[in-house]
Design a binder for this molecule. Sequence first.
Ligand code: C5P
Length: 316
Amino acid sequence: MTVTVRAPAKVNVQLSVGGARPDGFHDLANVFLAVGLYDEVTVTPADELSVTCVGTDADQVPLDVTNLAARAAIELGRRYGVDPRVHIHIAKDIPVAGGMAGGSADGAAALLACDTLWGTNASRGELLEICAELGSDVPFALVGGAALGLGRGERLKALEVGGTFHWVFASAHRGLSTPAVFREFDRMNEGVRIPEPVASPELLAALAKGDAAALAGAVSNDLQPAALSLFPELSRTLAAGRAAGALAALVSGSGPTTAFLARDPESADAIAGALSASGTCRTVRTASGAAPGATVLAPGATVLVPGATVPAPGAH
Ligand code: C5P
């Protein structure tokens, strides 16, 4: 038996960062939107725990126990007394080290896949708890949609989304380390009194209405100056997307992927074409959101959402 789970990438439409906490993390007001770029993780019983990965940048993905997918299998196994002897295969479509939570998506996907394979039937609450142990962005990859993340981003409150938002994502020629970007944020804000981060009411209203222009006026990312300080060339990519008609252009999370909000799918295609031609980035993708969270894919034409059965696109 094998189980495959698909999990989405995210863009942060708001990322407000507070001061460094004693544990080194930062309190956040983090508005996540899941977008339709996915990694697929397949788990198969095996003699020992192993990880393989195919897809864009697969050579940059660690295949040892530092991989969040392996850590998810080990942690679920530890809690339920199951020896985590599985082969984990990751089909990667989310940019690696890009600020789109690709590693977190793999962690959430592997957790749900092992829970299904082993029949451990962990509660949603326990799965979320394990996700939070794995990393700040992992719980959101499990739930998807849109959510406000408080604390270090792991305490989630689901948000209403009233329409589809069309995005273009440009990946960069190299990655950025999330801890390094937070350290740069701290360096740039030394001696500054940083207010407690709160969600923007305008932004939440724009999401709820599905109003792209209003969302564009409200997006913000406190990590953007730090990412640009470490990777100044990103400002050229942002400028190229703005010039091509993006309603908003911002760094996704800690970067270096840049995100462009488009008016409609046609505009997204035009922005993608202009960014590809600009020579300022490596690959360009379009994706819309909100997208569903980690989902078990059944062999055949049916997509199984935990707790519900939804026909796959094109199925009747
Ligand atoms: O939780 P995660 O392992 O994804 O975080 C990676 C790093 O990003 C942390 O080690 C920390 O340096 C930084 N971080 C932070 N505050 C957060 C989330 C992450 O400082 N809320």
